[in-house]
Design a protein around this ligand. Sequence first.
Ligand code: ACM
Ligand code: ZN
Length: 491
Amino acid sequence: MRLLLTLVLALGLIPAPVEYSPEKSHVCFKKAVASLEPWQRQEAYRISFTKGRAKIEALTPEGRFRAGKTLEQLKALGELPTGTIFDYPRLRYRGLMIDESRSFKGLDFLKKQIDAMALLKLNVLHLHLDDSAGWRIESEAYPFLTGKTAFRKGRTYHEWEAGKYQFTTADDPEGYGGYYTREELKELVAYAAERYITVIPEIEMPGHSMEVGYAYPEVLCVLPDGRLHTGAWDLCPGNEATYKLLEAVLTEVMDIFPSPFIHIGGDEATMKTWSQCVNCRSRMEEEGYTDVKQLQGYLVRRIEAFVRSHGRRIIGWDEILETGVPEGAVVQSWRGVEGGRKASEGGYDYIMSPNSHCYYNYYQDLIRKEPKAVGELVSLRFTYGYEPLGEGMDPEHLLGVQANLWTELIPTPEHAEYMLYPRLFALAETAWTPAANKEYKGFRKRARRLLDVFRERGYNTFDMDTESELALSGFQRFEQLEQYKANETAH
Ligand code: ACM
Ligand code: ZN
């Protein structure tokens, strides 16, 4: 191993810093950061350790904050190095998404995860605030959104599904749910901002929106006989009432969240009701459309223009690639890495959160030993091995990486933390540390130590000491794991 890399990894830090030298630096800090991108300079810092004292250099309060978190981690790990740490981020967008619709975890939980994110030098918390299972952000203009759908029958998502999607009200002792008030969200935004973390709100459209049609039936598609298409998954993109609601909600959202980005979802619209709907059909005729899919493009373009007119940019899941990406929109790759690749080819800014590597609601170890989860095996080793910049992809347009925590099978805050830690350590290192400084074996040792710090601080974590040989080997597909196991027993 190269000498400098050995030194960087000798520190217990996660994410590992760019450089560590046992010597004092003789280059002036301003000169050391001169060749960096402006967004890297903003977060760059240097810490010189002499005689048990640490001297921080940075160009901004944000840089000083990042340095402070490095010191906090070293202290918690009981390490006091000598020499110099010089550090700055690899990627500008380092995110975590939490789904608050399928299970509602509340303000204290979110603040606690923001503390963890700050320690790991992550800088974006993306909140999935609404989905069919409940609307979680107070709206003055449309009070029934929370009034009629923030509480449901069924403690877990699957109980709710099995009971045929029944909503209830806050006063029902059997009801499950909750929502965030404007004040709570403003408090959260301020709490995050003090830690140099941006909160990006997501208002999902036009799919995953059963609850909106339940609260306000005017956004539903209309059948030729005049009946409403109740229970529909998608909003009606042909109907003006839909835009009136979305624009009113987005205006309120932009008032609460100063984020330069507003996430508008855009994934998994079924478009099932659109071909029969009188409003959708007349919209198609007006616009000269031949395929209902074009209605999704119409909605995304219209909402993008609205958000842009307020000085913000939209982020959409990678389905927005299929109906024409509006100028200025950011594409978030989730169906594997293909969306990111296509966005890169199209010259769009993109964020990588492929389900193959960055979905932390997926299993982190063997099915038989873990709580019920989703998908393939996203073990610590497998997610650590993720390189967001695939061959031929444009680094200029890669904003960053994000882990996603969908909560259909994660009913409690404790369970959510169990799925996040230590895997979020791996994401943090992928996002911050130069790819050349990454090395799994050393990372695993550091993760094991940092996990103890997290436990001391009251986080519920996965137990790395129980990690199976198969997860440790870095396999992903469970079929491969079965094959591997069969070979092991055969030998
Ligand atoms: C998604 O996982 N449906 C974005
Ligand atoms: Zn319609």
